[in-house]
Design a protein around this ligand. Structure first.
Ligand SMILES: [Zn+2]
Length: 300
């Protein structure tokens, strides 16, 4: 079971959220069969989405993160709800790259850095809020830090880490932290935070040392009095359903919908790109669904 906490300093100047996302990243790896470098890229984006989702403060709201830097992985996508539950996929999950000279997975090289990071917050009412920035390194944490500074004017430190066994991608350790300076923070507090951040070990190092997410926040906020605002259990979760697939079918032209079933079996299959679940429809079911087009024209 993965956990997330959100903490705030006693005077309300700095907010920190930390997540141990090991199980949800392992679940994503199993669902998509991602290579080590694809696991690291998707795992970082999932961890970030989970942290950002927990800040939405509205049931039913979602945050979508999309990264495409022109690298061999293609587009990497993650979506999280307001409870930090998330799902995602990577366009080319099988891609492998040589390790960097320092022995680390080349996430920046696999994602690429000639492209955009997009952030879409959908509160379920009105137009979604859409922001995007040019990728800085494709390493994701650095790109999100840049996004917050440029697009939202919130000084933020984003740290994300996924430790993957280089030969067996199913062995992972993953987590992330988001530290934000709120409007009430003093210069002195900001300086102290910067000093803490400079000596903060990588997230995966802290997790590998057995630190809890509470201890990670205490390290980031060393010298501050802090309190834990809330705690979530977070999962890899996909809300897909037969009804949602039917609604998606209804966005297709009628001819296309009716041509979906396989000629031999008479069945049409739709596979969810987030969780891999397959939904099967018979020719008759699709014909029944196609009749809804008529109803739509009456109600419009
Ligand atoms: Zn699904």
């Amino acid at each position: 079971m993965d956990r997330m906490i959100r903490c705030i300093t006693n005077d309300g100047g700095i907010m920190t959220a930390a997540v141990d996302s090991t199980y949800l990243v392992a679940a994503a790896q199993q669902i998509h069969g991602t290579s080590p470098v694809a696991t690291a890229a998707l795992g970082r984006l999932l961890s970030a989405s989970s942290l950002m989702g927990s800040m939405l403060k509205k049931d039913g709201a979602t945050v979508t993160l999309k990264v495409n830097g022109g690298g061999p992985l293609g587009t990497v996508t993650a979506i999280a709800d307001a409870n930090g539950n998330c799902r995602g996929f990577v366009e080319h999950p099988e891609i492998t790259l040589p390790l960097r000279q320092d022995g680390k997975l080349d996430v920046g090289g696999a994602v690429g850095h000639n492209g955009l990071l997009g952030v879409i917050r959908d509160y379920g009412e009105g137009q979604p809020y859409i922001g995007q920035v040019e990728l800085q390194s494709g390493e994701i944490a650095e790109d999100l830090t840049y996004y917050y500074g440029v697009s939202e004017q919130i000084p933020t430190i984003c740290a994300l880490g996924v430790l993957v066994d280089k030969t067996d991608a199913s062995h992972v350790l993953a987590g992330g932290m988001l530290i934000q300076v709120l409007p009430g923070a003093s210069e002195e507090e900001i300086t102290r935070l910067e000093q803490n951040a400079a000596s903060l070990p990588p997230v995966t190092t802290m997790l590998a040392q057995g630190l809890t997410i509470e201890e990670m926040c205490q390290k980031a906020l060393k010298g501050f009095e802090m309190e834990i605002l809330d705690e979530f259990q977070v999962h890899y979760a996909c809300p897909c359903s037969r009804e949602r697939v039917q609604r998606a079918f209804l966005t297709l032209p009628k001819d296309e919908l009716l041509s979906l079933p396989d000629e031999t079996t008479g069945l049409a299959e739709a596979k969810c790109q987030y969780c891999g679940r397959t939904y099967t429809f018979t020719k008759e079911e699709l014909e029944l669904l196609a009749k809804k087009y008529k109803n739509f024209s009456f109600t419009c």
